[in-house]
Design a protein around this ligand. Structure first.
Ligand code: MG
Length: 343
């Protein structure tokens, strides 16, 4: 199989601000794996705080080209990914870009959708939230208005005035909220107070309340929190389950952290064994990686797959959200019967 790749700059609709960071664009790399004239597409996204850049991705994918050349067909993606994973310690997004392209390719060759390959049931698709980054009250109002087709909002906190952000949101909408502190609450007593306060204001879960290495602090919050806590920065690869055991009630699976669908699927079953809940998340991504996440989403409890809606130059058609009906809230990414990723 032949792997090729090209850099692409995703432009953010609004400067994206979280607890420690702000940016207006995200560098990504689009990958293609070809087999007998059929092409599978993948993607690696590189938000700066994850340590990957064009140079590291190029170096990694160049090594991966020779591995893929030895395989004629994506029969056993797990076997190929074992070899890809062993090429370097990190480069998880580069690895995910290969895993996603292999799934798309195999689906297209065999004429089946990726969600079916993974054993997902589309009727179990969770609602996808739309992320609202930290901003001034007037921009927050604009962002909430732009997110009209989403039934749940994920609010980024960890600012100097989190309560004001939530109050501003609550002035304009009573939609259910997820809250992501992005490690921004440094004191465990303050963090637990905030957990209660945001729950009283309609938050249904809290992502990463405290710094990623403060396992005891996060465990303290989880113990006393009236709503589930979800490990994001504290949880990257499947080996991290032992580190966070007891410190969070759930995990955030992001394909770019965990090297793709192969490990993501294993994380789902491990989380269930440990009676943990699962959020499937994303970074700044095009429809390609988002539809890969959506293929696994029906096996998760919550979805945060809003990437294509937060950028202005998604090179592919935007995924379709289900409409509100008399009995359903809507806002679920629609899976379809096209082979491969289906966007
Ligand atoms: Mg997060």
């Amino acid at each position: 199989m032949i792997l090729t790749f090209a850099p692409y700059e995703l432009l953010m609709r609004h400067p994206f601000r979280i607890a420690h960071f702000s940016r207006t664009s995200t560098n990504i790399v689009l990958t293609r794996i070809e087999c007998d004239g059929v092409v599978g597409l993948g993607e690696a996204t590189m938000p700066p705080y994850y340590g990957e850049n064009i140079e590291t991705i190029t170096a990694f994918l160049t090594k991966a080209q020779s591995v893929l050349k030895r395989y004629n067909y994506p029969f056993d993606i797990s076997e190929i990914m074992l070899e890809i994973d062993a090429l370097a310690e990190k480069n998880t997004a580069a690895k995910a870009s290969i895993d996603i392209a292999l799934h798309d390719l195999k689906g297209k060759i065999e004429g089946i959708p990726v969600w079916k390959m993974l054993g997902s049931d589309p009727s179990q698709m969770p609602i996808t939230c739309c992320t609202i980054g930290i901003d001034t009250p007037s921009v927050l109002r604009q962002k909430v208005a732009e997110a009209a087709e989403f039934e749940v909002l994920k609010i980024k906190l960890g600012s100097d005035d989190d309560k004001q952000i939530i109050r501003t949101i609550r002035e304009i909408t009573d939609k259910p909220l997820y809250v992501d502190a992005n490690q921004g609450w440094k004191d465990r007593f303050f963090a637990l107070d905030m957990a209660h306060w945001v729950a009283e204001h309609g938050a249904q879960l809290i992502e990463q309340p405290m710094p990623k290495d403060d396992i005891e602090g996060n465990a303290y919050v989880t113990e006393g929190s009236p709503i589930p806590t979800v490990a994001d920065e504290s949880f990257q690869r499947i080996r991290d389950f032992d580190i966070i055991q007891g410190a969070f009630s759930g995990i955030n699976i992001k394909l770019m952290k965990c090297t793709g669908l192969t490990e993501g699927l294993k994380m789902v079953s491990e989380a269930r064994k440990r009676q943990m809940t699962i959020l499937i998340g994303c970074m700044s991504e095009t429809s390609c990686a988002i539809m890969a996440g959506a293929a696994l989403a029906p096996q998760c409890d919550w979805a945060d797959l809003d990437g294509p809606w937060l950028v202005t130059n998604n090179p592919y058609p935007t995924p379709v959200l289900s409409a509100k009906t008399a009995t359903e809230r809507g806002g679920k990414i629609q899976l379809n019967n096209r082979s491969g990723l289906g966007y």
